[in-house]
Structures are given as C-alpha cells and as structure tokens.
Design a protein around this ligand. Structure first.
Ligand SMILES: [Zn+2]
Length: 257
C-alpha cells in the first residue's frame, strides 16, 4: 500500500534546529525571547510558538511567560529517562518482579563491561571504593545504607562505558532504586528491615564486585547476579506482583540530587 508522506511543518524544522543547538551546548543560559528567535529564524509567530511548544512537551525547555521572557533549558538526565520509562511501564502494568528480572539480566553484563574498561583504575574503582567505605560507615543506619548501596549499583551500571547500554540499564536501575528505598522506609517502620548481618553480607558482595572489576575478572558477572538475587529477594518478598508506580520516581526527582 502506498503511504502518504506527511509534509514537515515549519515549526518542526525550527524545533529540530533549536534542539540540535541545545545539545551542542549553545543555549546553556537558556533560549532568547520568542521575538528574537522569530527574527533569527524568519518565521511566523504561530510557527515559533508551536516550535517552543514541541520543545516544552519534550521537557527540554520551560517557557518563561510575562516580561522576563526566554526559556530555561533542561538537558535530559538519567532521572528524566527513568521517569519516562516508569510512566510507560505503569501504562503496560509492569510489575516490580519484571523490573527485577530485567535488571538481573542486564546488570551483570554491565559489571563485565566495567571490568574491561581500560581506564577503570582511575575512572571507576576509586568511586566504588569510596561508596563501599561510606556504606561501611553508615551500616548501622538502615535507610541511609540502602541509599548508598543503591548508589553503588547505579555506579556500576552507569560506568559500563557504553552510553547506549548505560542509559537503558541506568534508567531501569533508577526505577528499581526508587521502589527499593520506599520499601526500606516501610520495612524500617514495621520492624522487618533486613538485619545488620544482611547488610554486612551485602557490603561483602559489593567489595568483591569492586575487586572483580579492579582485577578485570569476567567472573564478576556471576558475583553480581548472585548478590542481586539475594538482595532483590528482600524487596520482592511480598511485592513481586506490585505494579511499577511512577509516583515513586517523582518523589526521587523532586527530592534533590
Ligand atoms: Zn547490593
């Protein structure tokens, strides 16, 4: 069947051009006022407005109304990718068990990629060691320890060295983290939080993973998988069929770095 091609509108061309400029770092201070942009592009008011609306809908800018004018630029982050992912997951009834299984498949591969990075001794291992030290220092404080523990996992995932693999897995890991921290708070309140021994065991795993990455040992993959299975079992105990809840992500996005 013959498909009709939709003509590209002027607004889309302007939005494409502005988006490119944003990613090239040309608008770190924000976009100029609408009139100025209109003159620059030589387009009608309605096309300029629509172009800005496209970028606003994509979350790349916030148009400042009133006298101030111009737009604030927001570069996409892992948190924003995680939010979009969680939104789509919520729409297709994804469960925490699904997220856990997907991470179980992907995170060990990330650790192997980390262990192959030639610059890992400078770029990655010091950060993993620092997080393990912080975890050790906060091991008595349950929820704080969980947050640092999640940071360790996210560092492994983000540090794999392949941006495509990293962004997909990192976003997935953040979706999991948001629910795990929520679980940790609830478990602390109900007194069912994993014991100090459980946390010490997790720290040992993290140290072994950091050592495996440092040594360039591909067997780090099995270490990560075994640890994940154990760690996930706490969170999943009575939540495997819980749906991904995008509100958990919003809390994380709005609660600071
Ligand atoms: Zn862990």
């Amino acid at each position: 069947m013959k498909q009709k091609l939709r003509p590209v509108r002027m607004a889309e061309l302007v939005a494409d051009s502005l988006r490119r400029q944003i990613f090239e770092g040309k608008h770190v201070e924000g976009l100029p006022k609408e009139e100025e942009l209109r003159e620059r592009f030589g387009v009608a008011k309605s096309s300029m407005r629509e172009a800005l609306l496209i970028l606003e809908t994509e979350g790349l800018i916030t148009v400042r109304r009133g006298n101030v004018g111009g737009s604030i630029v927001h570069l996409p982050t892992i948190d924003s990718a995680a939010y979009s992912l969680a939104l789509s997951m919520s729409a297709i009834a994804t469960t925490l068990g699904d997220v856990a299984d997907a991470l179980l498949a992907l995170e060990p591969m990330c650790a192997v990629l980390c262990s192959r990075r030639e610059d890992r001794a400078e770029e990655l291992v010091p950060e993993l060691d620092r997080l393990n030290k912080e975890y050790e220092d906060s091991i008595e404080e349950g929820v704080e320890a969980i947050k640092i523990s999640r940071e360790f996992h996210e560092t492994v995932v983000e540090g794999c060295g392949n941006p495509a693999f990293s962004i997909v897995t990192s976003a997935l890991a953040r979706v999991w983290s948001a629910h795990e921290v929520d679980w940790a708070m609830e478990a602390t309140l109900s007194g069912t939080f994993p014991s100090l021994e459980d946390r010490q065991r997790a720290l040992e795993w993290h140290m072994e993973v950091a050592e495996g990455i440092k040594a360039g040992d591909a067997a780090v993959s099995e270490k990560v998988a075994a640890h994940l299975r154990e760690a996930q079992s706490h969170t999943l105990a009575n939540r495997r069929n819980h749906r991904v809840d995008v509100a958990q992500l919003r809390r994380r996005v709005t609660s600071g770095p």
